[in-house]
Design a protein around this ligand. Structure first.
Ligand code: AQP
Length: 330
Protein backbone atom coordinates (compact mmCIF):
# COMPACT_ATOMS: atom_id res chain seq x y z
CA UNK A 1 0.00 0.00 0.00
CA UNK A 2 1.23 3.52 -0.77
CA UNK A 3 2.39 5.51 2.21
CA UNK A 4 0.39 8.35 3.74
CA UNK A 5 2.72 10.99 5.14
CA UNK A 6 1.94 13.82 7.53
CA UNK A 7 4.22 16.54 8.83
CA UNK A 8 3.71 20.01 10.28
CA UNK A 9 5.46 23.04 11.72
CA UNK A 10 4.01 25.33 14.36
CA UNK A 11 4.13 29.07 13.66
CA UNK A 12 5.42 29.96 17.13
CA UNK A 13 8.30 32.10 15.92
CA UNK A 14 10.77 32.64 13.14
CA UNK A 15 11.88 29.38 11.57
CA UNK A 16 15.45 28.30 12.18
CA UNK A 17 18.12 26.35 10.39
CA UNK A 18 17.05 23.44 12.65
CA UNK A 19 13.56 23.43 11.08
CA UNK A 20 15.13 23.62 7.64
CA UNK A 21 17.68 20.83 8.06
CA UNK A 22 15.36 18.67 10.17
CA UNK A 23 12.34 18.80 7.88
CA UNK A 24 12.04 21.46 5.12
CA UNK A 25 15.08 20.37 3.13
CA UNK A 26 13.66 16.87 2.82
CA UNK A 27 10.23 17.86 1.48
CA UNK A 28 11.02 17.20 -2.19
CA UNK A 29 11.87 13.61 -1.27
CA UNK A 30 9.06 13.22 1.28
CA UNK A 31 6.37 14.18 -1.24
CA UNK A 32 7.65 11.48 -3.60
CA UNK A 33 7.53 8.78 -0.93
CA UNK A 34 3.74 8.73 -0.73
CA UNK A 35 0.60 10.86 -0.54
CA UNK A 36 1.63 13.69 1.73
CA UNK A 37 -0.29 16.10 3.91
CA UNK A 38 1.85 19.04 4.99
CA UNK A 39 0.38 21.56 7.37
CA UNK A 40 0.93 24.71 9.37
CA UNK A 41 0.10 23.80 12.95
CA UNK A 42 -1.42 27.16 13.85
CA UNK A 43 -3.77 25.83 16.56
CA UNK A 44 -0.70 24.37 18.29
CA UNK A 45 0.93 27.79 18.20
CA UNK A 46 -1.80 29.11 20.53
CA UNK A 47 -0.60 26.82 23.31
CA UNK A 48 1.94 29.50 24.28
CA UNK A 49 1.20 33.24 24.44
CA UNK A 50 1.63 34.81 21.00
CA UNK A 51 0.74 38.16 19.42
CA UNK A 52 -1.99 37.80 16.75
CA UNK A 53 0.07 39.66 14.13
CA UNK A 54 3.09 37.45 14.80
CA UNK A 55 0.98 34.31 14.47
CA UNK A 56 -0.36 35.54 11.11
CA UNK A 57 3.06 36.52 9.76
CA UNK A 58 4.69 33.29 10.98
CA UNK A 59 1.94 31.27 9.29
CA UNK A 60 2.46 33.09 5.98
CA UNK A 61 6.21 32.56 6.29
CA UNK A 62 5.85 28.82 6.87
CA UNK A 63 3.59 28.46 3.82
CA UNK A 64 6.14 30.35 1.72
CA UNK A 65 9.04 28.36 3.19
CA UNK A 66 7.34 25.07 2.39
CA UNK A 67 6.87 26.16 -1.22
CA UNK A 68 10.41 27.57 -1.41
CA UNK A 69 11.73 24.24 -0.13
CA UNK A 70 10.18 22.56 -3.15
CA UNK A 71 6.73 21.50 -1.99
CA UNK A 72 4.74 20.83 -5.16
CA UNK A 73 0.98 21.46 -4.63
CA UNK A 74 0.24 18.94 -7.35
CA UNK A 75 1.93 16.24 -5.32
CA UNK A 76 1.40 17.27 -1.70
CA UNK A 77 -1.55 18.86 0.11
CA UNK A 78 -0.54 22.03 1.99
CA UNK A 79 -3.03 23.49 4.46
CA UNK A 80 -3.57 25.45 7.66
CA UNK A 81 -4.65 23.28 10.58
CA UNK A 82 -7.28 25.85 11.62
CA UNK A 83 -8.87 25.72 8.13
CA UNK A 84 -9.85 22.11 8.69
CA UNK A 85 -12.22 22.17 11.66
CA UNK A 86 -12.20 18.36 11.75
CA UNK A 87 -8.95 18.51 13.78
CA UNK A 88 -10.74 20.23 16.65
CA UNK A 89 -13.75 17.88 16.37
CA UNK A 90 -11.67 14.73 16.55
CA UNK A 91 -9.74 16.30 19.42
CA UNK A 92 -12.98 16.51 21.42
CA UNK A 93 -13.37 12.75 21.09
CA UNK A 94 -9.75 11.62 21.44
CA UNK A 95 -9.02 13.64 24.57
CA UNK A 96 -10.92 10.95 26.42
CA UNK A 97 -8.55 8.21 25.33
CA UNK A 98 -5.24 9.72 26.46
CA UNK A 99 -4.60 9.96 30.17
CA UNK A 100 -3.38 12.82 32.34
CA UNK A 101 -0.52 10.70 33.70
CA UNK A 102 0.75 10.07 30.17
CA UNK A 103 0.45 13.71 29.16
CA UNK A 104 2.25 14.94 32.25
CA UNK A 105 5.26 12.75 31.39
CA UNK A 106 5.84 14.41 28.01
CA UNK A 107 9.27 16.07 27.88
CA UNK A 108 8.08 19.02 25.81
CA UNK A 109 5.33 19.80 28.34
CA UNK A 110 7.75 19.50 31.25
CA UNK A 111 10.35 21.72 29.54
CA UNK A 112 7.97 24.43 28.43
CA UNK A 113 5.80 24.51 31.56
CA UNK A 114 8.83 24.62 33.87
CA UNK A 115 9.75 28.00 32.38
CA UNK A 116 6.25 29.43 32.97
CA UNK A 117 4.33 30.86 35.87
CA UNK A 118 2.72 27.72 37.29
CA UNK A 119 -0.65 29.50 37.62
CA UNK A 120 -0.91 30.40 33.95
CA UNK A 121 -0.10 27.21 32.08
CA UNK A 122 -2.85 26.76 29.51
CA UNK A 123 -4.75 23.49 29.26
CA UNK A 124 -3.84 23.46 25.55
CA UNK A 125 -0.14 23.11 26.34
CA UNK A 126 -0.85 20.10 28.52
CA UNK A 127 -3.20 18.56 25.96
CA UNK A 128 -0.97 19.38 22.98
CA UNK A 129 -0.16 15.70 22.21
CA UNK A 130 -3.90 14.89 21.92
CA UNK A 131 -4.33 17.40 19.10
CA UNK A 132 -1.09 16.25 17.51
CA UNK A 133 -2.36 12.65 17.61
CA UNK A 134 -5.56 13.82 15.87
CA UNK A 135 -3.50 15.60 13.19
CA UNK A 136 -1.83 12.30 12.39
CA UNK A 137 -4.83 9.99 12.75
CA UNK A 138 -7.14 12.07 10.52
CA UNK A 139 -5.01 11.43 7.45
CA UNK A 140 -4.36 7.73 8.12
CA UNK A 141 -0.69 8.67 8.14
CA UNK A 142 1.67 5.73 8.56
CA UNK A 143 4.79 7.90 8.24
CA UNK A 144 5.44 11.05 10.26
CA UNK A 145 8.73 12.79 9.43
CA UNK A 146 9.91 14.67 12.54
CA UNK A 147 12.95 15.99 14.34
CA UNK A 148 14.07 14.01 17.40
CA UNK A 149 12.08 16.12 19.89
CA UNK A 150 8.72 15.12 18.41
CA UNK A 151 9.29 11.36 18.48
CA UNK A 152 7.82 11.01 21.98
CA UNK A 153 4.53 12.54 20.79
CA UNK A 154 4.32 10.12 17.87
CA UNK A 155 4.95 7.25 20.30
CA UNK A 156 2.02 8.48 22.37
CA UNK A 157 -0.12 8.58 19.22
CA UNK A 158 0.77 4.93 18.66
CA UNK A 159 -0.43 4.12 22.21
CA UNK A 160 -3.68 5.94 21.49
CA UNK A 161 -4.21 4.13 18.17
CA UNK A 162 -3.59 0.74 19.78
CA UNK A 163 -5.89 1.57 22.68
CA UNK A 164 -8.67 2.72 20.35
CA UNK A 165 -8.31 -0.23 17.96
CA UNK A 166 -8.26 -2.72 20.83
CA UNK A 167 -11.48 -1.31 22.16
CA UNK A 168 -13.42 -0.70 18.95
CA UNK A 169 -11.76 -2.98 16.41
CA UNK A 170 -9.28 -2.06 13.66
CA UNK A 171 -10.11 1.58 12.82
CA UNK A 172 -7.05 3.81 12.94
CA UNK A 173 -3.71 3.51 11.15
CA UNK A 174 -0.62 3.01 13.32
CA UNK A 175 1.89 5.81 12.55
CA UNK A 176 5.66 5.68 12.70
CA UNK A 177 8.02 8.60 13.40
CA UNK A 178 10.76 8.87 10.81
CA UNK A 179 13.86 10.93 11.51
CA UNK A 180 16.61 12.06 9.20
CA UNK A 181 19.86 10.13 9.71
CA UNK A 182 21.76 13.42 9.86
CA UNK A 183 20.14 16.60 11.15
CA UNK A 184 17.36 15.25 13.35
CA UNK A 185 18.61 17.54 16.12
CA UNK A 186 20.52 20.66 15.18
CA UNK A 187 21.88 22.32 18.30
CA UNK A 188 22.15 25.94 19.37
CA UNK A 189 25.30 27.74 18.19
CA UNK A 190 25.73 29.39 21.59
CA UNK A 191 25.05 26.27 23.66
CA UNK A 192 25.56 23.09 21.63
CA UNK A 193 24.01 21.01 24.39
CA UNK A 194 20.64 22.65 23.72
CA UNK A 195 18.42 22.24 20.66
CA UNK A 196 18.27 25.12 18.20
CA UNK A 197 14.71 26.22 18.84
CA UNK A 198 12.65 29.10 17.51
CA UNK A 199 11.29 29.97 20.95
CA UNK A 200 14.78 30.19 22.43
CA UNK A 201 16.49 32.74 20.19
CA UNK A 202 20.03 32.53 21.60
CA UNK A 203 22.24 30.62 19.19
CA UNK A 204 19.69 30.43 16.38
CA UNK A 205 20.19 30.93 12.68
CA UNK A 206 16.93 32.24 11.28
CA UNK A 207 15.89 31.38 7.75
CA UNK A 208 15.19 35.08 7.22
CA UNK A 209 18.63 36.22 8.42
CA UNK A 210 20.68 37.83 5.67
CA UNK A 211 23.75 35.91 4.53
CA UNK A 212 26.15 38.32 6.26
CA UNK A 213 24.43 37.76 9.60
CA UNK A 214 24.41 33.99 9.05
CA UNK A 215 28.17 34.03 8.39
CA UNK A 216 28.79 36.13 11.48
CA UNK A 217 26.73 33.79 13.65
CA UNK A 218 28.58 30.71 12.42
CA UNK A 219 32.00 32.33 12.79
CA UNK A 220 31.18 33.13 16.42
CA UNK A 221 29.65 29.72 17.24
CA UNK A 222 30.87 28.15 20.48
CA UNK A 223 33.53 25.50 19.81
CA UNK A 224 35.48 23.11 22.01
CA UNK A 225 39.01 22.54 23.35
CA UNK A 226 41.65 21.25 20.93
CA UNK A 227 41.96 21.76 17.20
CA UNK A 228 40.70 18.50 15.74
CA UNK A 229 37.59 18.45 13.51
CA UNK A 230 36.03 15.31 14.88
CA UNK A 231 32.48 14.14 15.61
CA UNK A 232 32.29 13.51 19.35
CA UNK A 233 29.03 14.68 20.89
CA UNK A 234 30.22 14.27 24.48
CA UNK A 235 33.62 15.95 24.31
CA UNK A 236 33.17 18.14 21.25
CA UNK A 237 29.49 19.13 21.07
CA UNK A 238 30.17 22.44 19.27
CA UNK A 239 32.33 20.92 16.51
CA UNK A 240 29.94 17.95 16.21
CA UNK A 241 27.03 20.33 15.65
CA UNK A 242 28.90 22.31 13.01
CA UNK A 243 29.96 19.06 11.30
CA UNK A 244 26.33 17.95 11.28
CA UNK A 245 25.23 21.25 9.74
CA UNK A 246 27.95 20.96 7.11
CA UNK A 247 27.08 17.32 6.33
CA UNK A 248 23.36 18.15 5.98
CA UNK A 249 23.97 21.10 3.68
CA UNK A 250 26.33 19.08 1.48
CA UNK A 251 24.25 15.87 1.61
CA UNK A 252 27.12 13.91 3.17
CA UNK A 253 27.32 11.38 5.97
CA UNK A 254 29.07 12.56 9.13
CA UNK A 255 31.99 10.29 8.29
CA UNK A 256 32.34 11.83 4.82
CA UNK A 257 32.21 15.33 6.30
CA UNK A 258 34.85 14.42 8.90
CA UNK A 259 37.13 13.06 6.17
CA UNK A 260 37.02 16.37 4.36
CA UNK A 261 38.53 18.11 7.41
CA UNK A 262 41.12 15.51 8.42
CA UNK A 263 43.99 17.82 7.56
CA UNK A 264 42.31 20.97 8.89
CA UNK A 265 43.53 22.08 12.32
CA UNK A 266 42.13 25.57 12.41
CA UNK A 267 38.64 26.05 13.71
CA UNK A 268 38.44 29.37 11.84
CA UNK A 269 38.97 27.65 8.45
CA UNK A 270 36.45 24.95 9.35
CA UNK A 271 33.85 27.50 10.39
CA UNK A 272 34.35 29.39 7.14
CA UNK A 273 33.66 26.18 5.20
CA UNK A 274 30.50 25.62 7.27
CA UNK A 275 29.37 29.21 6.68
CA UNK A 276 29.95 28.81 2.91
CA UNK A 277 27.93 25.57 2.89
CA UNK A 278 25.00 27.13 4.78
CA UNK A 279 24.98 30.26 2.61
CA UNK A 280 25.16 28.20 -0.62
CA UNK A 281 22.19 26.20 0.63
CA UNK A 282 20.07 29.10 1.86
CA UNK A 283 20.73 31.72 -0.82
CA UNK A 284 18.53 30.19 -3.58
CA UNK A 285 15.98 29.11 -0.95
CA UNK A 286 15.69 32.69 0.35
CA UNK A 287 15.28 34.02 -3.23
CA UNK A 288 12.41 31.62 -3.88
CA UNK A 289 10.82 32.56 -0.55
CA UNK A 290 10.97 36.26 -1.49
CA UNK A 291 9.29 35.65 -4.85
CA UNK A 292 6.51 33.60 -3.24
CA UNK A 293 5.89 36.30 -0.62
CA UNK A 294 5.76 38.99 -3.31
CA UNK A 295 3.31 37.20 -5.62
CA UNK A 296 1.28 35.73 -2.71
CA UNK A 297 1.01 32.39 -4.51
CA UNK A 298 0.64 30.61 -1.16
CA UNK A 299 -2.95 31.87 -0.73
CA UNK A 300 -4.46 29.78 -3.48
CA UNK A 301 -2.37 26.76 -2.53
CA UNK A 302 -3.66 26.95 1.06
CA UNK A 303 -7.27 27.34 -0.08
CA UNK A 304 -7.15 24.33 -2.38
CA UNK A 305 -5.18 22.37 0.21
CA UNK A 306 -7.82 22.93 2.90
CA UNK A 307 -10.56 21.58 0.61
CA UNK A 308 -8.56 18.44 -0.20
CA UNK A 309 -7.48 17.88 3.41
CA UNK A 310 -11.01 18.31 4.76
CA UNK A 311 -12.38 15.56 2.53
CA UNK A 312 -9.88 13.04 3.84
CA UNK A 313 -10.16 14.20 7.45
CA UNK A 314 -13.97 14.15 7.43
CA UNK A 315 -13.99 10.55 6.24
CA UNK A 316 -11.89 9.51 9.25
CA UNK A 317 -14.03 11.50 11.65
CA UNK A 318 -17.21 9.80 10.40
CA UNK A 319 -15.56 6.40 10.89
CA UNK A 320 -14.54 7.28 14.46
CA UNK A 321 -17.93 8.76 15.37
CA UNK A 322 -19.66 5.57 14.26
CA UNK A 323 -17.27 3.39 16.24
CA UNK A 324 -17.72 5.26 19.52
CA UNK A 325 -21.48 5.38 19.13
CA UNK A 326 -22.19 8.97 18.20
CA UNK A 327 -25.51 9.07 16.40
CA UNK A 328 -25.39 10.33 12.83
CA UNK A 329 -28.73 11.70 11.60
CA UNK A 330 -27.41 13.64 8.62
N1 AQP B 1 16.89 22.01 16.05
C1 AQP B 1 16.20 21.17 15.28
N2 AQP B 1 16.83 20.19 14.61
C2 AQP B 1 16.13 19.33 13.82
N3 AQP B 1 14.79 19.38 13.65
C3 AQP B 1 14.14 20.36 14.30
N4 AQP B 1 12.83 20.67 14.35
C4 AQP B 1 12.67 21.74 15.15
N5 AQP B 1 13.86 22.14 15.65
C5 AQP B 1 14.78 21.28 15.14
C6 AQP B 1 11.78 19.94 13.66
O1 AQP B 1 11.04 20.84 12.86
C7 AQP B 1 9.69 20.39 12.82
C8 AQP B 1 8.77 21.50 13.17
O2 AQP B 1 8.97 21.84 14.51
P1 AQP B 1 7.95 22.72 15.30
O3 AQP B 1 8.25 24.12 15.07
O4 AQP B 1 6.57 22.34 14.99
O5 AQP B 1 8.14 22.33 16.80
P2 AQP B 1 9.39 22.16 17.70
O6 AQP B 1 9.98 20.83 17.47
O7 AQP B 1 8.97 22.44 19.08
O8 AQP B 1 10.40 23.25 17.16
P3 AQP B 1 10.96 24.49 17.92
O9 AQP B 1 11.75 25.30 16.95
O10 AQP B 1 11.68 24.06 19.15
O11 AQP B 1 9.66 25.28 18.23
P4 AQP B 1 9.16 25.87 19.57
O12 AQP B 1 10.29 26.65 20.11
O13 AQP B 1 8.02 26.69 19.16
O14 AQP B 1 8.74 24.72 20.44
C9 AQP B 1 9.54 19.22 13.80
O15 AQP B 1 9.55 18.01 13.10
C10 AQP B 1 10.75 19.38 14.65
O16 AQP B 1 11.15 18.17 15.23
Amino acid sequence: MAHRILTGIKPTGQLTLGNYLGVLKHLPKIQNDGESFIFIADLHALTLPIEPNDLKQNSIDIAAFYLAAGLDPNKATLFLQSSVSTHAELNAIMQNYLYMGELSRMTQFKDKSSKMNQNSIGLGLFAYPVLMACDIILYDADIVPVGEDQVQHVELTRDLVNRFNNRYGETLVLPKAVMQKVGARIMSLSDPNKKMSKSDPKGDIYLKDDLKTIRKKIMSAVTDMGDEIKYDQVNKPGISNLLTIYACCKDLTIQEAENQFKECHRYGDFKKAVADAVCDELEPFQKRYQEIIENKSYIDVLKQGAIKAKKVADATLIKVKKKVGLLDVE
